[in-house]
Design a protein around this ligand. Structure first.
Ligand SMILES: N[C@@H](CCC(=O)N[C@@H](CS)C(=O)NCC(=O)O)C(=O)O
Length: 263
């Protein structure tokens, strides 16, 4: 069976899980322990980041490489359009999702999380030992940078990220206002990349991701709760409902307020 080495809270891993689910491929996830688990990953794959897909003897790091590998090896329910213009658009949007939405989203989320230490621990993989969780709460800067989660963003950098994301979310709402998916009338890699990489702006509901319930369905204040971006989040909810597998025994979706509530 396919194995996905991942962090549950990784948006790049989420993108791959959306694709695996869309393609109806059975897989199991292997939670990588930050730090020590990444050393093992490095020894096996030559790099320390998740996601990494294991398919028999093949080990494929990087969400884009995994997506392309999956589409070639398992061509049923294709995620790359064949029409050249659509294919070009799809690949460009996927890259934008990875390089802009994902990276700026992480900055904006860390900016929101930095306001309250408890929220930092909520981001850690479920397998993280309690000791490390406590450390993250106590000295988040050091530990989170070890985890590659990016901290130390100044207010200007968070503000800039938020403004880039506002334009991104507005663009997505406009693109989706007259068509069901970003590139064609079927979901493509672009849709799954955008849905996955916007995870940090607003976390999916608990029935899809195994994160502390407190953050599921919540997101960056000023983005996740801005009513003008609701069409995008409604579209993403539909994509999840249509294609993402639900977790067994997961609590029902919460319909509460969308912003992170910082007490
Ligand atoms: N380009 C990579 C980015 C993957 C990535 O940034 N993964 C993060 C988690 S979301 C990671 O593993 N960070 C740990 C580190 O940098 O040590 C992809 O598309 O898979």
């Amino acid at each position: 069976m396919l194995e996905l080495y991942q962090f549950e809270a990784s948006a790049y891993s989420e993108k791959v899980k959306l694709i695996l689910d869309y393609k109806q491929l059975p897989y199991k996830t292997v939670e990588v322990t930050p730090g020590v688990g990444q050393i093992e990953l490095y020894q096996q794959s030559g790099q320390r980041k998740v996601p990494v897909l294991k398919d028999g003897g093949d080990l494929i790091p990087d969400s884009t490489a995994i997506a392309l590998y999956l589409d070639e090896k398992y061509p049923d329910r294709p995620i790359l359009p064949t029409e050249p213009r659509q294919k070009g658009l799809c690949l460009a949007l996927e890259d934008w999702a990875d390089e802009s939405l994902g990276i700026q989203g992480r900055k904006a989320m860390i900016g929101a999380f930095n306001q309250h230490p408890n929220f930092r621990t909520a981001l850690l993989p479920t397998a993280t030992p309690d000791l490390l969780k406590n450390l993250v709460g106590a000295v988040p800067g050091d530990v989170l940078s070890i985890l590659g989660m990016g901290v130390g963003f100044g207010p200007d950098s968070v503000k800039e990220a938020t403004s880039i994301l506002k334009q991104g979310l507005e663009s997505l709402c406009l693109m989706l206002s007259s068509q069901p998916y970003l590139v064609s009338d079927q979901p493509t890699l672009a849709d799954f990349a955008v849905a996955g990489l916007t995870m940090y702006i607003k976390f999916p509901a608990a029935q899809y991701v195994d994160l502390p319930e407190g953050i599921c369905g919540k997101g960056v204040p000023g983005l996740a709760d801005d009513i003008s971006f609701q069409p995008f989040f409604d579209w993403r909810d539909r994509l999840y409902a249509d294609y993402r597998q639900t977790r067994e025994g997961a609590p029902a979706s919460s319909t509460g307020p969308t912003a992170i509530n910082i007490d």
